[in-house]
Design a protein around this ligand. Structure first.
Ligand code: SF4
Length: 194
């Protein structure tokens, strides 16, 4: 099968999924660095190809999220997420990392950690380990005291004091929607995680 045929088959499957999605929402995203240049032409083509088969579509700006990756030549320019001002000299301004409020990750060795960056074995000593999949259920890890304590630490705006979170770009780079910004709601949310 040629690449073109794979794409056509993929779009056909996507159309089927969209027509039968019921209560699901389909969200499609691509990184800007994957588009052919000139970028605006690539964007238009991407929206044209997939825009009719999803509820939301976005061309995300690639950000240097993982500190163990050398982004030289990959991300040549820091473009903003919706909070453009954060990327104008104030990188690291976001206090609360919203992703961990609905996310956990399981490492290859079974450790359950709050997020993707903590899976990195080089950071294992500083990672917040919520249990091991071999003896802890995901539900227990998700609802457990350790995770609540961790989320409270974020809500108390102590992220920058944490050895991993303090150096992580995710909170600034992964905010795509206004609703993802939990900073203004910290006080309201805090009592819910006692
Ligand atoms: S700031 Fe980074 S390391 Fe900390 S919880 Fe968020 S994604 Fe994980």
């Amino acid at each position: 099968m040629k690449n073109k045929d794979y794409v056509e088959e993929f779009i056909e499957n996507l159309r089927f999924l969209y027509d039968n999605k019921k209560q699901r929402e389909i969200y499609i995203k691509i990184l800007d660095i994957c588009l052919e240049k000139p970028e605006d032409v690539g964007k238009e083509q991407f929206y044209e190809m997939y825009g009719n088969y999803c509820d939301r579509i976005i061309v995300a700006n690639a950000q240097p999220v993982y500190r163990e990756i050398d982004y030289t030549g990959i991300v040549t320019e820091r473009k903003g997420s919706w909070r453009e001002e954060l990327w104008k000299g104030k990188v690291g301004g976001q206090h609360i990392c919203y992703t961990v409020f609905h996310f956990m990750a399981v490492c290859a060795d079974g450790r359950i950690v709050p997020c993707g960056p903590m899976v990195n074995p080089q950071l294992a000593d500083d990672a917040v380990v919520l249990g091991n999949i071999n003896d802890t259920s995901l539900l227990d890890a998700f609802c457990g005291k350790k995770r609540r304590d961790f989320l409270r630490m974020l809500l108390e705006k102590k992220r920058h004091e944490h050895p991993i979170c303090g150096a992580c770009h995710c909170p600034d780079a992964t905010i795509f929607h206004k609703e993802d910004d939990l900073d203004p709601y910290a006080e309201e949310l805090l009592p819910k995680f006692k």
